[in-house]
Design a protein around this ligand. Structure first.
Ligand code: 5GP
Ligand code: MG
Length: 187
């Protein structure tokens, strides 16, 4: 497996993203006037480490929530329409939402979530993704805050998996294994 983004670069960029996100919200009149917390919704399980590190670097007020989607159903590259398996528990009416996902690939996941969250009418929805496969994203699907643009290869680590494996790696690596999940470059 080849390291694409090491732990140090991840943390440095996430610190910068936290500054960008802080300054965006601190620049909003509603935030200045009400100090109402931003409802940060992470997509499990891929976004878990990114979200955990990001929210601890933010200085704005937040409430944390989670949602779970079915996307690749364990297999590496089978593309299906993602479904919301477990919706966020928070009251989203009038909320200011920041959606957190690990990676923006085809944009389907964020598209489905945005559509779902559009009811019952949150005040606004922003999105932050750690990674973006820039070659593939149709230009009308955008994320507001993006960590790194990466090439169109299957990546694992820092929350991202191959068949459930490798989420715990503290860095992002390009997957180079076989269908069984064995890493060919290790043996
Ligand atoms: P999209 O819906 O934008 O096509 O894909 C987003 C989701 O697909 C991500 O939340 C992630 O779960 C999964 N995904 C896309 N590319 C990769 C990848 O290279 N590695 C892993 N582990 N997951 C990916
Ligand atoms: Mg995902």
């Amino acid at each position: 497996m080849r390291t694409l983004i090491d732990a140090e670069r991840l943390q440095a960029r996430i610190s910068d993203m936290a500054l960008e996100i802080d300054s965006y919200y601190r620049g909003q009149d509603w935030y200045r006037m009400t100090q109402e917390p931003v409802v940060v919704i992470g997509v499990l399980a891929g976004a878990m480490f990114f979200m955990a590190d990001l929210v601890r670097k933010l200085s704005i007020r937040t409430k944390l929530d989670f949602t779970r989607m079915s996307t690749y159903s364990g297999k590496a590259t089978t593309v299906q329409q993602p479904k919301i398996i477990c919706p966020p528990a928070s009251r989203l009416h009038d909320a200011h939402i920041l959606l957190i996902d690990d990676i923006l690939d085809t944009g389907r996941t964020i598209g489905v979530l945005r559509t779902h969250l559009a009811w019952p009418y949150p005040e606004d929805v922003k999105t932050a993704v750690l990674l973006r496969k820039s070659d593939k994203v149709p230009y009308d699907v955008k994320a507001d805050f993006i960590g790194f643009d990466i090439p169109d290869e299957w990546v694992v680590g820092y929350g991202l998996d191959y068949n459930g494996l490798y989420r715990e790696l503290p860095y992002v690596a390009v997957w180079s294994g076989d269908e069984s999940g064995q890493d060919q470059s290790k043996s």
